[in-house]
Structures are given as structure tokens and as C-alpha cells.
Design a binder for this molecule. Structure first.
Ligand code: NI
Length: 156
């Protein structure tokens, strides 16, 4: 397990690329997942996508305080409702903005062994899934930002 360097937007165009589907569920993937979780917790984040550590694979980790969720090749298969969220991103340090997201989503993915799973999220968890999945397609929340609210929050 190791802490990886988080890519900052504007520093590296890896954040703007389309990540590739994972088809090998091996130790290399498990190390990536372990390192991503360590890196997310160390940075005090609620989610992290592989492109944020420079790896163009469809892999994300999320923890909104309810335990670690690992998603490989995730896809949103159902969404309902709308919520306006305040978001930040470990790749856009010191900034926050409002974004509209579905209130509830259902995600199909694979786990670290390649088994097919479905997870559901509401509220902050739905927000985190959407934010992290966007990273896999080169989308950063600032692209969807309604309003920059950085000034309303203390820098952490
Ligand atoms: Ni992000």
C-alpha cells in the first residue's frame, strides 16, 4: 500500500482522457485499488478515480463515511431526481462549486475479483458516484459548475 501523487487539473491532460475498461483482475489492479484508498484517506477525500493518480483505467474508490466502496468498470444504470450539490475535487485544490446531480443512482460495476455487483446511492453517495464516474470520461466537476462558491468555505 502506498500513497500516490494526485494529479492537479491543468498540470497533466490525463484528467481529460477517456479511461480504458479493466479486463484483468490481478494483483496489479488490487495494488492500484489499495493505493487509491490510501491516497483518498490521506487526502481526506470522499472519492478518487484512477485518472487522478495518472492511471487511465475505469477504477474508482468512494467512501462517504459508510465504508470503502471499490468500483471497477462502473456504469450508472438508473438515476432519479435532482439535487444541487456543493462539490470539490482533490484534483482542483482549494475550490468548491455547485453542480446538479441525480438524487439517487444505481451503479453496475465489477469488484476487484471481476464479480458483477450493483450498488445504490442517495444524496452524498449518489453525488460521489457521479463525480468519480465523470473522471473516467475526462469530465471534472468544474465543467458542470453552476456557481463557484469557494469564497463561502474556509480552505481546508
Ligand atoms: Ni474529483
Amino acid at each position: 500500500m502506498a500513497i500516490r501523487k494526485i494529479v492537479v487539473l491543468g498540470e497533466d491532460d490525463v484528467l481529460r482522457k477517456h479511461a480504458r475498461k479493466v479486463d484483468t483482475f490481478d494483483k496489479r489492479l488490487w495494488t492500484l485499488l489499495d493505493d487509491m484508498a490510501d491516497t483518498m484517506y490521506e487526502a481526506d477525500g470522499a472519492g478518487l478515480a484512477a485518472p487522478q493518480v495518472g492511471i487511465l483505467k475505469r477504477v474508482v474508490v468512494v467512501d462517504v463515511g459508510e465504508g470503502l466502496i471499490e468500483l471497477v468498470n462502473p456504469e450508472i444504470i438508473a438515476a432519479e431526481g435532482v439535487q444541487t450539490c456543493v462539490e470539490g475535487c482533490l484534483s482542483v485544490p482549494g475550490k468548491r462549486g455547485t453542480v446538479e446531480r441525480p438524487a439517487k443512482v444505481r451503479v453496475h460495476a465489477q469488484d476487484r475479483k471481476g464479480r458483477h455487483i450493483e450498488v445504490e446511492g442517495e444524496g452524498f453517495l449518489a453525488q460521489a458516484f457521479c463525480h468519480e464516474l465523470d473522471h473516467l470520461d475526462g469530465v471534472v466537476y468544474v465543467d458542470k459548475m453552476i456557481e463557484d462558491v469557494t469564497d463561502q468555505y474556509e480552505e481546508d
